[in-house]
Ligand binder design. Structure first.
Ligand code: ATP
Length: 628
């Protein structure tokens, strides 16, 4: 295996610089021309963004999780003594049968593991340094098996949207656009750049194109290390090739790329520079791809069946090392043989050299120039844009997209018609009929008005809450006017409308809070209606204040619907309209609302909104449900 720790990366003759990013076409072309195994360079500068390249060296990685129950519970290793490296300018394949530990290793390198432990002696180093979580956020891009693209967007829009969110808001828009344009070219997405991404229900770009868009989203911030978990799964061989080709091009630009892959075609497999083969959590081969790989197996295991003429190296190696082919062989035979091999020793020596050559200073004598250059962008990607700018981007891209689609807008705009229709037809003209017999009906109208707002946001996806609220706010005006005048309600129309707006806002943020706190969708789907239904009992209408048991009074005090409905009741029945009812007791006294200031109660409800916003903010920042 070739290793030249002093060599510089393939130097571009004239890299094209775009908003701080440069894309090196020549390096890619020279490597396409068959320059052999790429050299490993330490301390070199990434040709794309001018940041420092990263070499990831992992040695004797043993990772264990708790398995079993009760007394049988013990630590079970998922990876055992796995060593290797991912070097800049190289594309490394992670291969092995299903369950061999490929995703586990990628997760460990990316710092995404939340469960289990690394055994003593395991080490993962980025340019010789133990990675911190901030460094991993900055330096590592991770492409998941399943992509989460927005179906109404085109690849260009998706990339620009991400660019807007992940770059500092002070970066000029034309630079962000140029970054996107350069990625579109680099990932060969030009032909589909303006085609809708689509979904399983509405056909859009191809699966391979979608994968390349996902890679592009990760590359927006120019990470030095790109890790991909089976980016070609579910793709035909043509699309598989296109995705791996794109990864190889990114690697040639200076990025260290590792990708797990299943059964690539020979042509596609040939794009990889280096291969790590895992079997049952142990390495059975780490070395150059191609001839070197097949030669290793032929020399180490002469008794193995020969490669068939139609077989690619990848298929052959996985076939002969996978457990079903082992027959009487011990499952660990390949791993033991590799651990004792000359190849393993030479890899160890290479890793030692890589760690020794790890750059502490860049060419200008500055420590960790990449870290610094990214900090100049405003900090780690998660916090790079202020919240108000993020919200603005969200509205600019997603809301405008949704609002212009009748299939998105109409159900949202028309769904409040149902409660409005019910209220209007059941209580037509009742509101100005100040009659004892109608007091409960009118109190019921007002109760229905608040509860329909409280339930309105229940089924919403979290990321859509903001744009949904904007629609609710707009459509609530005509609906509030319609109900107010058709039912002939009394008091202030403004208060009647504002109660609806604030209740919708509180319910929306509440949905966000419950979504952030609930460990999964099922719990959220149960908790939210249960909580809102419980509020109905304690808001003063179904059980009057005097009948609430003393030990539940506190719950009534914090039931936000109580303030909404109370304000509407006072609006309706204050002054002359506070007629004697229910055994001669005036309406507002009966409901314990006689001293209530309706605007103050609206204010209290608004305070609930502020409190829920703060709680949702904290929950979204602090609560992590992902377990890997
Ligand atoms: N948290 C965990 N607890 C227990 N077992 C786990 C855990 N995570 C992974 N495993 C097990 O570890 C093994 C390796 O899993 P991993 O997902 O890394 O395999 P893989 O090689 O990526 O498989 P595939 O190719 O099917 O995606 C599997 O047997 C899996 O069931």
């Amino acid at each position: 295996m070739q290793m030249d720790s002093s060599a510089s990366p393939k130097s571009p003759s004239s890299p094209k610089t775009v908003g701080g990013y440069s894309f090196d076409v020549e390096a890619q072309e020279s490597s396409d021309a068959g320059g052999g195994s790429p050299s490993v360079s330490s301390g070199a500068v990434c040709q794309r963004c001018g940041g420092q390249q990263q070499t990831v060296v992992f040695r004797q990685v043993t990772y264990e999780v708790r398995a079993g129950r009760g007394r049988a519970r013990r630590w079970q290793p998922l990876l055992h003594d796995v060593s290797g490296y991912v070097a800049p300018q190289e594309l490394t394949a992670l291969m092995g049968p299903s369950g061999s530990g490929k995703s586990t290793l990628l997760d460990l390198l990316a710092g995404r593991k939340t469960a289990g432990r690394l055994a003593e002696g395991s080490s993962i180093r980025f340019n010789g340094r133990r990675p911190t979580s901030a460094m991993l956020r900055r330096e590592v891009g991770y492409v998941e098996q399943t992509e989460s693209l927005l179906p109404l967007f085109t690849p260009s829009e998706m990339l620009l949207y991400t660019s807007e969110l992940k770059h500092p808001h002070t970066m000029p828009r034309k630079d962000k656009l140029q970054v996107v344009e350069a990625l579109v070219d680099k990932l060969r997405l030009r032909d589909c750049a303006d085609t809708t991404i689509g979904s399983s229900l509405a056909r859009g770009i191809s699966g391979g194109e979608a994968k390349r868009v996902s890679v592009g989203l990760t590359m927006i911030t120019c990470p030095a290390v790109l890790l991909c978990d089976e980016p070609t799964s579910g793709l035909d061989s043509w699309n598989q090739h296109a995705v791996v080709e794109a990864l190889r091009d990114l690697a040639r630009g200076g990025i260290a790329v590792a990708s797990s892959i299943h059964a690539p075609s020979p042509d596609t497999f040939a794009l990889f520079d280096r291969v790590l083969i895992l079997q049952r959590g142990r390495a059975v081969y780490f070395g150059d791809n191609g001839e070197a790989c097949s030669r290793y197996f032929a020399e180490q295991f002469p008794a193995l069946r020969p490669m068939r003429p139609w077989e690619g190296i990848a298929d052959y190696v996985i076939d002969v090392t996978s457990s079903k082919q082992l027959g009487e062989r011990a499952a660990s035979e390949f791993a033991d043989a590799y651990a004792a091999s000359e190849l393993c020793r030479s890899n160890e020596a290479e890793m030692e050299a890589l760690l020794a050559a790890a750059p502490q200073r860049d060419g200008n004598g500055h420590k960790h120039s990449r870290a610094r250059s990214l900090l100049q962008l405003g900090g780690p990607p998660g916090t790079i844009t202020p919240w108000w700018y993020g919200l603005w981007v969200l509205f600019r891209f997603r809301s405008v997209r949704g609002y212009s689609r009748p299939s998105w807008l109409l159900p949202r705009a028309l769904s409040p018609l149902i409660p409005v229709f019910l209220l209007a037809t059941v209580y037509w003209g009742l509101g100005n009929n100040i009659d004892v017999a109608h007091v409960t009906s009118i109190a019921g109208v007002l109760f229905m008005w608040t509860t329909s707002a409280a339930y309105g946001s229940m089924g919403l996806m979290l990321y859509k809450l903001c744009e949904e609220f904007a629609v609710s706010l707009t459509v609530s005006v005509p609906y509030a006017i319609a109900v107010f005048y058709i039912v002939k309600l009394q008091g202030s129309l403004a208060l009647f409308w504002l109660v609806d707006v604030v209740t919708t806002a509180v319910a929306t943020v509440l949905a966000l809070l419950v979504g952030a706190l609930a460990p999964n969708q099922a719990v959220a789907g149960m908790a939210l209606p249960m909580y809102t239904t419980s509020l109905l009992y304690f808001s003063g209408f179904l059980i009057t204040w005097g009948n609430i048991p003393p030990y539940w009074i506190w719950y009534s005090v914090i039931a936000y619907l109580r303030y909404a409905w109370g304000a509407l009741m006072v609006n309706q029945f204050e002054g002359d309209r506070n007629i004697p009812a229910y055994g001669g007791v005036p309406v507002l006294q009966y409901y314990d609302l006689e001293h209530v200031n309706k605007w103050a109660w609206l204010g209290w409800e608004a305070l609930f909104f502020a409190a829920f916003v703060a709680a949702a903010w904290a929950a979204l920042s602090l609560v992590r449900h992902q377990r890997r």
